[in-house]
Design a protein around this ligand. Structure first.
Ligand SMILES: Nc1nc2c(ncn2[C@@H]2O[C@H](COP(=O)(O)OP(=O)(O)O)[C@@H](O)[C@H]2O)c(=O)[nH]1
Ligand SMILES: [Mg+2]
Length: 326
């Protein structure tokens, strides 16, 4: 009878987005593991795997095509040149059809089991963003080269402070998103800072962001690649992340020194150091005023972003349907 058909429970759909750039040495091993893991989730989730090959100059592109031809549920999108991670994430999201979108690292520095945990959490909490977090309590890092570990941890600590201290891992790519939410988020960042931009904009929209403890483990990458590569790029990426911390709370950069200098002015005044006192007071007041101005600018931006997003989501709906029907 007709109602029997309706009784079949629908599995929610997940899009796993994996941006890749010059990963030929690990690509097949990594994708095979991810594909096998997603297959093991098939009784709970319908799924697709979207690979964004970002103009790789090694054999990643052809390897990805061969892999997609030989495996179910895999699509590959090639960029003509290297457009960097921000565009990769944006395109992966635009091509996604899932009720949920998971972005994942090709180097398996997070074990595939994180995907299942991210999905369970996003489904049970109804959050818009769930972050795999090695830096929260209960999370861990293993076999990470020293310089990388120190830089990443401190960048996240700093960013966590500028983002009001509630999120411990702000730079990470490994996350689950509510599909409609992330597809509607108007993202602009060019590179790795896209992950920070998402958190920042999700906070403006009062979205629910949840972290789960994660293990960041470089054993796989060390076994396959031997040594760390791209360390110049790592330093550059870390610097860029720190600069985008300015996005979160620009006023902190002015208020804190401003308050400090005002305190110096009072102390110097009490100690009859009039010149020092006057100078500190002058600088302190200037910094505090700048702090107020940036605070106001940030408020304006947030208000505009909120309004823009509402309009954007309404205007974009037909566009999205077109992409999905292709
Ligand atoms: N689309 C795209 N993906 C990239 C680019 N650079 C790195 N990736 C991919 O993004 C993921 C994370 O990069 P990775 O170098 O491991 O960064 P880390 O995990 O922060 O050290 C990997 O799957 C990379 O292949 C890029 O320029 N464009
Ligand atoms: Mg990685």
């Amino acid at each position: 009878m007709a109602q029997e058909v309706n009784a079949v429970p629908q599995r929610p759909m997940v899009t796993l987005v994996v941006p890749v750039y010059n990963e030929a040495d690990i690509f097949v091993a990594s994708m095979t593991a991810l594909h096998a893991y997603m297959t093991s989730l098939s009784d709970r989730w319908a799924w697709e795997l979207v690979v964004i090959d970002d103009g790789s100059t090694d054999l990643t592109g052809p390897l990805a095509d061969t892999f997609a031809a030989a495996h179910d549920n895999v699509r590959v999108h090639h960029q003509r040149t290297n457009l960097r991670l921000g565009q990769g994430v944006r395109d992966g999201v635009a091509l996604s059809r899932g009720d949920y979108v998971v972005t994942f690292d090709c180097d398996l520095s997070y074990a595939p089991e994180h995907i299942g945990r991210l999905l369970d959490t996003i489904a049970s909490t109804g959050a818009q963003v769930v972050i795999a977090s090695p830096y929260m309590r209960g999370g861990a890092t293993r076999a990470i080269p020293f310089s990388r570990r120190v830089m990443s941890r401190w960048a996240n600590r700093f960013l966590s402070m500028t983002a009001q201290g509630r999120i411990s891992t702000i730079t990470g790519l490994v996350r689950a998103y509510d599909g409609p939410f992330i597809r509607d988020l108007d993202l602009k960042a060019v590179d790795v800072d896209v992950n920070i931009e998402i958190v920042y904009k999700a906070q403006i929209l009062r979205a629910q962001i949840v972290e789960i403890p994660a293990v960041l483990d470089w054993t796989f990458i060390r076994d396959h690649r031997g040594r760390q590569r791209l360390s110049g790029r790592l330093v550059w990426n870390t610097l860029k992340s720190l600069v985008s911390g300015f996005l979160f709370r620009p006023f902190m950069f002015f208020f804190l020194p401003g308050v400090l200098l005002s305190a110096v002015a009072v102390v110097a005044g009490l100690a009859d150091r009039h010149w020092l006192s006057a100078l500190s007071l002058l600088l302190g007041i200037q910094l505090l005023s700048l702090g107020f101005i940036t605070l106001q600018a940030k408020r304006y931006f947030e208000e505009l972003f909120h309004l823009g997003t509402t309009l954007h989501s309404q205007l974009r709906a037909p566009d999205e349907e077109r992409l999905r029907d292709q």
